[in-house]
Design a binder for this molecule. Structure first.
Ligand SMILES: [Zn+2]
Length: 140
């Protein structure tokens, strides 16, 4: 019998930095096909958390400036802020669940900020303090 050391469990273990920001937006949505009150139009003060990873810092020791990361995130989320999300593309065609909003923000933000050295790793969307959904790319 061969006993493995704990660090043998992570073949892709990398050393890297993870930078995160948190921001808020307020929107209404309704879940189509949901059997319950969430099918009715209702609002949330949503929280979006974004996590990016990089193995490399710039000349002053930053992975990405928090203000730049938050600025890009807020710019994308401005499409949803104070709107009925069900009327905003692509949520006029797909349910505006926290899961789908997390994937959408992940993809939109990745298109703007990903480089060879820095990638969006995870987006968490919170409807309330107790309920949230994340979308991530485990290959990052
Ligand atoms: Zn809701």
């Amino acid at each position: 019998m061969v006993l493995l050391k704990a660090d043998c469990w992570q073949p892709k273990a990398k050393k890297m930095y993870e930078i995160s920001i948190k921001t808020l937006f307020s929107s209404a949505h309704q879940l189509i096909g949901y059997n319950g009150v969430c099918e009715n139009l209702h609002g949330h003060n949503w929280t979006a958390e974004v996590f990016v990873r990089t193995g490399k810092l710039d000349e002053i020791g930053l992975g990405i400036d928090y203000k730049i990361l938050k600025g890009h995130t807020d710019s994308i989320l401005s499409k949803l802020d104070h709107e009925n999300i069900n009327k905003v593309v692509p949520f006029d065609k797909i349910n505006p669940s926290s899961e789908n909003i997390a994937r959408w923000l992940f993809q939109e933000l990745s298109a703007v900020i990903n480089t060879n050295n820095l990638k969006v790793f995870r987006v968490n969307i919170k409807e309330t303090e107790n309920f949230s959904a994340s979308y991530s790319d485990e290959s990052v």
